[in-house]
Design a protein around this ligand. Structure first.
Ligand code: SER
Length: 870
């Protein structure tokens, strides 16, 4: 079977068991502070397991793209070195939400493996949870007995909490699991050492392929386990490992999932795959990492300098560095893999194919800039190595941190120079940095405290800005020494940050009259959480929730204008522009779009024109709630990449043929309320992404007023001319002419002074000496005078002083040959003389200047000059 057939067979098998096939969630996670990337198939169903959201289908199946590169599940350092870990991998899964449990999950897994995939039962082993006393969890006898009816008993092994109790993270849904392992060793080896002894032993040929988790607990912050409202099944089958088992390969990279890409890399580098361990690892790294990077970008996460963006940047840099060091790719190459990958995933994850040129361009730009950094870093290393006999930990860390050098690159370069790297020092520096960043970002969240029954919030904020409500639960969150509380309410008019629109603020008024300020509203997992700085004295009873109305109106004006802008951008720049991010708050709207050139002033003017036209048309908002996703897409709405839409969506239409978007935000009831739209900036944010900032409504009005006032005061300064521009141009050209005249005057005066001064030169100790103060308006003219005299008189020692409106200055000029011959230094002399004017200065041996604060000291400085000759 090809990998495509293997994937399809999985989905069809579970479809035949009444499972609904659902799409993969994006790999980039939003709305969950505990997770940056999807790291398991179950992430998108977390709320269903916790019972916070009702499941639409009780059985589903899918292939989920996952990234295990940060947090609890992190495989990054193994990737490429071994043959069965990946950054991005596909996890095939079947789920039961409160429907079937262990019996069906186990027997279907067995049926699929033995009947459909026809895997060798002789190579299969299973593990079950042995129990854990400290957690008061008993052995999973039920799973054991179920397996006993399917597989020889000696193939059922007991596993501890680490291997057979699956947890998503520090907190969250969890439960005992049973894993299926496959032994891919040749017969001879299998006879010599039984597979039982190698299961979970990090043997590259005896590996876990499928994990069936029986979700029945929620791990709380305080470490205890709480039973979930219902029992669920979560299975994760590693697609790339499965393909390897079925195709009988000894490495995931030898399957048709990776080989096309590896062979392309091999042909470009002109190195054969399989020729050498080092170059093989590099090819595996490249072929793996490009998958993670491409899908992260396609799902909306651009490489950047912090958080998720930084993780992506580091993965790409790891690939660039392996390519550079081991495969000789000194110029950008990795971006060329994007089209291959897009083609491979067409029909599976179409997001990549649809944004292929954008993704490729972003990767290319990252490569270009990192290769530049790498080159500078290598120069830095060369300079360091030339003057040191060992590489200390701090320097290795600087290379790592500033130039993106992984430690093995530093070791490699050092070895070539015969230098040792202080690894302990490096690890210390790394550890210190980790602690610094952990302290900077750590957010401590306590467990929820239940106030009243229920965990579903009724959101009424599309229709109302006030509502009566009760507090359902609260918890404390602490970050950098600041405490806040999060509240979940029974009913809320507060919009939770989402789709670029910031969360509402406002207040909660209790029945006793106490008022608590709500600083922000966010969505976390399935919950709408309200942030408050203090808890009300009485938590029970009714509260009136009131949204800050003026702020909300400004936000809505900006949000609706964003939709109009999006449509206008497509009209003016072309259909290729896609939204790459947006921010809508009360004062400004920010919109990022994929577009490869600067948006010209003319295009900006046209875009503004279209949007303002639509505002004046006063189009009435058409808001449709709960439209089936498919129906919405078929009607031609604009949907965003990297956004996880539910089964039912909300459509915001502003002009049937103009703007139709899937959106959860709040909007004006007709476009006239926006008032006016003005773009205030256009810039680049990343390769192929332009950013537009604009203002509307009251803010646009304030800015326009400010501009009018500015022009009015400028006109007034020029006595209100009829033609303002002509008046200003005249003013400027007159000013330029006057300036020229003044300069000529000064020049004439300076040159006429020269003759008088030269007449005063005396010969002291065989040197032509002159020290004098002159009356000139600026430093340039004094300098010109000094150079003029120096150009005429040989063997000269000249000191000139001048006072520019209370700012004294000195110049010392010495004929070059004289300075050399006698070892005099104008810089040192001027420094000494400047003491009299309370100043300092310097320059070269033959010419130096100084400035000071005390003009009264000038005569003394001039008088002292002669001392230097005697
Ligand atoms: N949640 C389990 C895992 O990620 C099974 O899907 O391994």
């Amino acid at each position: 079977m090809t990998s495509k057939e293997i994937r399809q067979a999985f989905l069809s098998f579970f479809e035949s068991k009444s499972h609904q096939i659902v799409p993969s969630a994006p790999v980039v996670v939003k709305n969950d502070p505990t997770l940056m990337f999807t790291n398991a198939g179950m992430n998108q169903f977390k709320e269903l397991f916790l019972g916070e959201v009702q499941a639409q289908y009780s059985r589903v199946t899918d292939t989920q793209r996952c990234l295990r590169v940060s947090g609890k599940h992190n495989d990054l350092e193994e990737v490429g070195i071994d043959t069965y870990h990946h950054t991005l991998f596909e996890m095939l899964g079947n789920w039961s939400f409160g429907d079937y449990f262990k019996k069906e999950a186990i027997s279907w897994a067995w049926e699929l493996f033995t009947q459909v995939y026809k895997l060798d039962t002789d190579r299969l082993y299973v593990t079950i949870f042995e129990g854990d006393q400290s957690e008061e969890l008993t052995k999973d006898v039920e799973a054991y007995d179920l397996w006993k009816s399917l597989i020889a008993e000696e193939r059922i092994l007991l596993g501890n909490k680490k291997d057979n109790f699956w947890e998503m993270g520090e907190t969250g849904p969890c439960g005992p699991c049973t894993e299926i392992h496959y032994d891919m060793r040749p017969d001879q080896e299998r006879q010599a050492i039984p597979g039982q002894e190698l299961v979970n032993g990090d043997h590259p040929q005896v590996i876990e392929v499928w994990n069936l988790v029986f979700m029945q607990y929620n791990r709380l912050k305080n470490g205890t386990l709480e039973s979930l409202p219902a029992k669920h099944v979560d299975t994760g089958l590693g697609f790339e490992r499965l393909v390897r088992a079925i195709q009988g390969k000894t490495s995931n990279y030898d399957t048709d999932v990776f080989q096309p890409i590896i062979q392309f890399i091999a042909s470009k580098s002109q190195i054969e795959y399989g020729a050498d361990e080092k170059t093989d690892i590099a090819m595996r790294v490249l072929s793996d990492h490009i998958r993670a990077v491409s899908f992260a970008i396609a799902d909306g996460q651009l490489p950047s300098n912090n958080k998720a963006g930084y993780v992506i940047r580091r993965i790409l840099r790891r690939a660039v560095r392996y390519g550079y060091t081991f495969l000789g790719f000194k110029t950008p190459f990795i971006n060329e893999l994007v089209p291959l990958l897009a083609e491979q995933f067409t029909g599976v994850f179409d997001e990549l194919h649809q944004q292929q040129s954008f993704v490729q361009k972003v990767v290319l730009e990252e490569e270009v800039s990192f290769l530049r950094t790498l080159t500078i870093g290598i120069q830095r290393f060369e300079t360091f190595a030339a003057s040191h006999d060992k590489v200390d930990g701090d320097f290795a860390f600087e290379l790592f941190d500033t130039y993106g050098f992984p430690i093995d690159l530093t070791e490699l370069l050092s070895r070539e120079k015969g230098l040792q790297v202080d690894m302990d020092g490096f690890r210390r520096a790394l550890q210190q940095q980790k602690e610094r960043s952990r302290a900077a970002t750590a957010i401590d969240t306590s467990d929820w405290v239940i106030v009243s029954q229920g965990d579903q919030t009724d959101f009424v904020g599309y229709d109302k800005l006030e509502a009566m409500t009760q507090i359902l639960r609260y918890r404390k969150i602490s970050s950098k020494g600041n405490d806040q509380y999060q509240l979940v309410l029974a009913v809320t008019p507060f919009y939770a940050e989402g789709g670029g629109q910031i969360g509402d603020s406002g207040s909660l008024v209790s029945f006793t009259g106490e008022e608590i300020y709500v600083t922000d509203t966010k969505k976390e997992n399935g919950l709408i959480v309200h942030f408050v700085n203090e808890l009300p004295a009485v938590l029970q009873g009714d509260f009136k929730a009131v949204v800050d109305k003026a702020k909300r109106i400004d936000i809505e004006s900006n949000h609706s204008a964003t939709h109009l802008l999006h449509a206008a951008l497509k009209e003016v720049l072309g259909e290729h522009v896609n939204q790459k991010g947006s921010l809508v708050n009360a004062s400004v709207l920010r919109f990022d779009v994929s577009h490869f050139a600067k948006i010209t002033a003319d295009e900006i003017a046209r875009i503004e024109d279209i949007v303002n036209h639509k505002i004046r048309e006063n189009i009435v908002l058409n808001e449709q709630r709960s439209i089936p996703y498919r129906q919405a897409i078929d009607s031609g709405v604009t949907a965003l990449f990297g956004e996880k839409y539910g089964e039912f969506v909300r459509i915001i239409t502003l002009g049937e043929t103009f703007s139709k978007e899937l959106c959860g935000g709040t909007h004006v009831s007709s476009t006239g309320q926006i008032g006016y739209f003005k773009i205030i900036s256009e810039s680049a944010v990343a390769a192929g992404v332009r950013r537009i900032e604009a203002i509307t409504g009251t803010h646009a009005f304030a800015v326009i007023k400010e501009q009018f006032d500015l022009v009015a005061s400028m006109r007034e300064l020029l006595n209100n001319p009829k033609d303002f521009i002509a008046a200003i141009s005249k003013f400027i050209s007159e000013n330029a002419e006057l300036k020229k005249e003044v300069e000529n005057n000064i020049k004439e005066r300076t040159l006429s002074m020269r003759a008088d001064l030269e007449a005063k030169i005396e010969i002291v100790n065989g040197v032509n000496f002159l020290a004098a103060t002159v009356d000139l308006p600026n430093a340039d003219s004094v300098k010109m005078l000094a150079y003029a005299i120096k150009g005429e008189i040989d063997n000269l020692f000249l000191v000139l002083g001048a006072d520019f409106d209370g700012k004294p200055s000195l110049i010392v000029a010495i004929t070059d040959s004289l300075a050399k011959e006698r070892g005099w230094n104008a810089g040192a002399i001027v420094k000494n003389l400047a003491k009299d004017i309370q100043g300092g200065g310097g320059g070269q041996p033959f010419f130096a200047t100084a400035g000071g604060k005390n003009s009264k000291g000038l005569p003394q400085a001039i008088a002292r000059a002669k001392e230097f000759l005697t």
